[in-house]
Design a protein around this ligand. Structure first.
Ligand code: MCN
Ligand code: CUM
Length: 806
């Protein structure tokens, strides 16, 4: 029956489907303290584990004495590498094809590395046990500077790799070399540089930082000896992959492993990889026969789990004197720390860094990346990064500004001149990607008009004159960033994790009363999937979003999925949701045709049901069809309304955006003020504009942190000097600038609903906008590039170096 009392608009609004600023349904429990996080899991007889960690960044372990620790009241066990060897778990495979020590085996390779795991009846006893373990270390020479990694006399870090001149990604050039990865046409690029009228060359560093989610990494493992089953609650962005890895390394059959990722308090990439804590809590549970909880503290999280960036990018651009780019050459030195534990798709040792040609039509380009070991924590990639796209965007966006400066050209004009043009899409980039869709000129012009770009430049010119005349000590910078992202890993032809193709999945089941459940292979860490996934279904099936429950994160019930990172959920799982819904709609149409006694082809879908074409009053609502699916189905049809989709995307999606930052800096103190930050994002079809805005606000805040001060820094002796929130800059509402958001919509042509990802865009585009603003402010004093992070002290240093302090 058609509810004739409602208008079309009212029927649509009632669904709260795509495009609706639907309020986040998960926030009902989050804002009332009713979330269920790993630390909320409390099982009878549960034990607690804690790590003994190395104070030394590089040392041989002469001995470990557990005796005193075992006497501490409450301590039940102390695990070391020797114990783990018994179960073949002293080392674990990394996602990057390397191996990593679970507990220090013979030596330690970074400060705070896990050395022993103490298991006790409570957290305090475990901590007392940790303090009682005696480890005898023999310090070794420390390698901190990645540029010295491949010196002839550099200390040997990875003794386990001795004599191995081939790694997971080809030949190794040195004992501290991990891989060399090259893409593009070297000869053509060299030729472009020989012919170039103008070239620039700059070493652009993107410093090491850390995602530092509110909730640290943690797990609870419970092994049931009788059933031979292992249940793991953990902060996992990719629970199914964890289950498979555990099955492969523990030999417990995969169906007897239950991985549950409950509510997660932020992931940002930090919770993609596998950490020693997971393995140790599982082994400890098997050994003790009791559940074991492991919860990191803040310092452990910052100093030992996946760092981000640490890319040192020597960047060269060739151009004509009119400012048309003719070639790009980039060499990256990638500092991976002690183990290559980067979370990239298997075949991509430097992720998708080859998106480094950015939004510009480079006829040719060449890229080489060298990965090296140092005495620092392992990881890499994590932190709103889309697999090294953040580094790539920073590299090219800084590079374009440096080129504009050399040409004496406006940086916005230089960009407009070199953008890939709308008619060039799908666009084949010089480094091998096919950009699906884009309209860069429209986005850039909209951004420039909104901020009144011309006026800003006039104001800046006047301020510079005033500065020169000594009338002000304030300088002004306008930072532009125009980024192209690549998200939605990925097509099975080139993306896998440990051999598993990077598809994603959805299973929808509709109940007789017209409500239903959708189970999805992705896993929200705060992105709002419970809200947005239901919106896709609402639009596709005409069922109110409120009547759809979304469930993720339990490997027993969710279909196999590759998880949430690299802004892949909307491009991949989002597509699977739409496809599963369409399968259901096709069956619903057959049922409706049967009920209305017409041919299927005579029906059209109309918001919340099917209508006979040309006969508006002959209508069956989806609610009626759901009921019918369980009692009056056409002869020969199976009852029920459910469908599953495993979606293998044909291509990545390429979101883009134009960001402009206006900043004022006092040269005498280095203190900056973000006067204005405008962010225009194009993520194709928008599912929930309010969630998108929230994603952009969060990502920009992280970008602001990274560009303006946040850093994991090591001193020359390999000590982490920013290992707590006293030193690691985490902006609060006090420091965070006001964000202005905007959008254009250029749908993805290959995605069922035209959507592209957005979660990582603001970080990818935000960092170069901030850094370009600082660099733009100082450029008239003669600098070409100032390294991040641009904290007050470094700004003051820059002013001093440039002779601006009088
Ligand atoms: N969205 C939308 N319309 C679009 C695109 C996205 O409404 N066209 C919505 C999606 O429905 C989803 C959210 O925006 O609710 C993010 O979608 P997407 O860009 O697909 O990203 P993912 O869901 O895959 O999330 C991953 C991404 C990554 S990789 C990091 S890192 C990050 C980020 O999300 N970590 C986060 N945002 C985060 N936000 C929170 N609160 N917490 C984290 O840990
Ligand atoms: Cu690289 S941070 Mo996110 O992909 O989870």
């Amino acid at each position: 029956m058609n509810d004739m009392t409602l208008t079309k608009e009212q029927r649509e609004a009632r669904l709260e489907g795509m495009g609706c600023k639907r309020k986040r349904v998960e926030d009902i429990r989050f804002t009332q303290g009713r979330g269920n996080y790993v630390d909320d899991v409390k099982l009878p007889g549960m034990l607690h584990g804690d790590f003994v960690r190395s104070p030394h960044p590089h040392a041989r372990i002469r001995s470990i004495n557990k005796d005193a620790a075992l006497k501490v009241p409450g301590v039940l066990a102390v695990l070391t590498a020797d114990d783990l060897k018994g179960v073949n778990l002293a080392w674990m495979p990394t996602l990057a094809g390397d191996v990593q020590m679970v507990l220090a085996d013979g030596k330690v390779l970074f400060q705070n590395q896990e050395v022993a795991f103490v298991v006790a009846t409570d957290r305090y006893a475990a901590d007392d046990g940790v303090n009682a373990v005696e480890v005898d270390y023999e310090p070794l020479p420390v390698l901190v500077d990645p540029f010295k990694s491949m010196d002839a006399d550099a200390p040997v870090l990875r003794e386990d790799l001795e004599g191995k001149m081939t790694g997971a990604h080809g030949p190794r050039k040195h004992h501290n070399h991990i891989f060399e990865w090259t893409v593009g046409d070297r000869d053509l690029t060299d030729a472009a540089f020989r012919k170039a009228e103008v070239t620039i060359k700059e070493m652009i560093s993107y410093h090491r930082t850390h995602p530092s989610p509110l909730e640290t990494c943690q797990s609870v493992c419970s092994f049931d000896k009788i059933k031979g089953e292992l249940t793991i609650w953990g902060t996992f962005q990719a629970p199914h992959v964890i289950r498979t890895v555990v099955a492969l390394i523990s030999k417990i059959p995969e169906h007897k492993i239950h991985v549950i990722a409950p509510d997660i308090g932020g992931g940002f990439g930090n919770k993609v990889g596998a950490y020693p804590g997971y393995i140790c809590s599982a082994v400890a549970s098997i050994v003790t026969g009791r559940p074991v909880k492991w919860v990191e503290d803040r310092i452990e999280n910052l100093t030992s789990t996946s760092f981000a960036r640490d890319y040192h990018m020597t960047t060269e651009i060739a151009a004509t004197k009119e400012g048309k780019v003719t070639g790009l050459r980039v060499h990256v030195l990638a500092d991976h720390g002690a183990f290559d534990a980067c979370a990239d798709p298997s075949k991509w040792p430097a992720g998708f860094f080859n998106i480094v040609t950015g939004s510009y039509d480079f006829p040719t380009a060449h890229l080489a990346v060298d990965g090296v070991y140092t005495n620092k924590a392992p990881g890499g990639v994590a932190y709103r990064c889309s697999f090294r796209v953040t580094e790539a965007a920073y590299c090219i966006e800084r590079g374009m500004d440096i080129l504009a400066q050399k040409l004496g050209m406006d940086p916005a004009e230089l960009r407009l001149k070199n953008f890939v043009r709308p008619e060039q899409f799908p666009y084949q980039s010089a480094l091998g990607w096919e950009y699906d869709s884009g309209d860069y000129h429209t986005a850039m012009r909209k951004a420039m008009e909104t901020v009144q770009y011309e006026d800003l430049r006039k104001e800046q010119a006047a301020k510079r004159e005033a500065f020169r005349r000594g009338e002000t000590r304030e300088i002004m910078g306008v930072g532009i960033s125009f980024f192209t992202e690549i998200v939605g890993a990925g097509p099975s032809k080139n993306c896998d994790i440990l051999g598993i193709a990077m598809f994603d999945s959805c299973e929808i089941r509709l109940h007789p009363t017209g409500a239903g459940i959708a189970r999805v292979g992705s896993k929200s860490q705060g992105q709002g999937h419970e809200t947005t996934w239901a919106q896709i279904i609402a639009t596709e099936l005409g069922i109110p979003a409120d009547d759809i429950m979304v469930e993720e994160g339990n490997t027993d019930t969710a279909p196999y999925g590759l998880g949430t990172y690299g802004s892949r959920s909307t491009p991949v799982a989002g597509a699977a949701i739409a496809m599963a819904a369409r399968k259901i709609r096709a069956k619903a149409q057959m049922i409706a045709a049967y009920l209305l006694e017409v041919h299927e082809g005579d029906l059209e879908f109309d918001i919340d049901g099917f209508r006979v074409k040309g006969l508006p009053e002959r209508f069956k609502s989806m609610k009626e069809i759901c009921w019918a699916a369980y009692n009056s189905i056409p002869p020969g049809m199976e009852p029920g309304l459910e469908a599953v989709s495993y979606y293998d995307p044909p291509n990545m999606t390429y979101p883009f955006g134009a960001y402009i930052c206006v900043m004022d800096i006092d040269v005498d103190t280095g203190v900056y003020k973000v006067r204005r930050f405008y962010a225009l994002d194009d993520c194709g079809t928008r599912i929930n504009p309010m969630i998108i805005e929230g994603q952009v606000h969060g990502g920009l805040t992280e970008a602001f942190a990274i560009a303006m001060g946040q850093e994991i820094r090591y001193d020359d002796n390999g000590n982490v000097v920013t290992g707590s929130l006293m030193d690691f800059f985490l902006p609060t509402a006090v420091e965070t600038p006001h964000w202005e958001t905007d959008f254009t919509v250029t749908p993805s042509p290959h995605h069922p609903i035209g959507a592209k990802g957005v979660g990582e865009s603001p970080n990818v585009g935000g960092v170069p906008a901030f850094s370009n603003a600082v660099n733009d402010a100082f450029s008239f004093l003669g600098s070409t590039h100032i390294q991040m992070p641009h904290d007050f002290w470094r700004n003051w240093q820059a002013a001093k170096t440039l002779g601006a302090l009088g």
